[in-house]
Write a protein that binds this ligand. Structure first.
Ligand SMILES: *[C@@H]1O[C@H](CO)[C@@H](O)[C@H](O)[C@H]1NC(C)=O
Ligand SMILES: *[C@@H]1O[C@H](CO)[C@@H](O)[C@H](O)[C@H]1NC(C)=O
Length: 265
């Protein structure tokens, strides 16, 4: 309860299970993230209940030139059965510190209530690294500012020594089977000319907009590329509609951490 900063923070670690943990922090407290796997691999986070003033879960891997030099990704992370309340942040954030790379993230059965966004990917020129092969399915969302949020110019550098040529690669991001109610903006997806979010896939997404919000302005996109199938309200034209019934992939591959059995007395 009431951690002054990130609550559970495995860093440079591997083979981690966080199971059945409740984390509570005031919803108006900054930086009180719930669980932050940071340059860590083979992580299972399941059956957690988190109320926070910052991201419920945030996956990270180092900041600009320091993260590039340390070069240690966060990989093979499975998040399942998460319940999140975070009025000013995301249920699951990727970044903004992602300079060591983030890859192979699976998330499923996510319930978020009164949360600013479901999944947020945030990065900037100078970060380098990558975020790729992220698969999310079965999210139920209620009262949310943005369901899908992507930010390619987050800024926020540790100092002035970052490399402006270190352009992050963001590709292969899939979201499927999402229902949401009382949403202000379905997608706030802002890549930039240099940081394009590529290979996005959205399928079977039903978003109920908040009262007074026009469906026509439900999506605000720049610098993104991808495809959609059965998404309502109908998304921006940068997401090409491939017709209904074309589900985004969700890999059958299981991570080694999913095969761990805990012994009970
Ligand atoms: C809808 O969301 C607004 C905040 O954007 C909130 O004040 C309101 O209570 C929500 N309505 C319902 C029915 O949950
Ligand atoms: C879209 O997002 C950009 C970047 O945040 C913002 O400047 C712009 O006003 C938004 N447009 C609309 C129509 O909301």
């Amino acid at each position: 309860m009431n951690s002054p900063f990130w609550t559970v923070h495995p860093v440079y670690s591997s083979n981690i299970i966080v199971s059945g943990v409740t984390i509570l922090a005031p919803v108006n407290s900054a930086n009180t993230d719930g669980i932050n796997p940071d340059s860590s691999s083979n992580v299972l986070i399941e059956d957690c209940y988190i109320i926070s003033g910052d991201d419920c879960i945030a996956i990270k891997s180092g900041w600009d030139e320091y993260g590039i030099a340390f070069h240690t990704p966060s990989r093979h992370i499975l998040i399942r059965r998460l319940t999140c309340i975070s009025p000013t942040s995301a249920a699951i954030a990727l970044g903004s510190e992602m300079s060591g790379g983030i890859q192979d993230v699976h998330a499923e059965d996510i319930l978020a209530i009164d949360t600013e966004s479901a999944i947020r990917i945030k990065t900037s020129v100078g970060r380098g690294g990558y975020v790729r092969d992220v698969y999310v399915r079965r999210m139920k969302l209620k009262t949310m500012k943005y369901v899908f949020w992507m930010t390619g110019d987050y800024g926020n550098h540790p100092d002035n020594h970052y490399d402006p040529g270190a352009v992050p690669v963001i590709e292969g991001i899939s979201y499927s089977d999402v229902t949401a109610e009382n949403v202000t903006l379905a997608g706030q997806m802002q890549g930039t000319r240099k940081v394009v979010f590529k290979g996005l896939c959205l399928s079977n997404v039903k978003i109920g907009m908040a009262k007074g919000v026009k469906r026509r302005t439900a999506w605000n996109c720049t610098g993104i590329e991808g495809t959609v199938s059965s998404v309502s309200p109908s998304p921006c034209s940068m997401l090409r509609d491939v017709g209904c019934g074309r589900a985004c992939p969700f890999p059958k591959e299981r991570f080694p951490i999913e095969r761990v059995r805990c012994c009970e007395e």
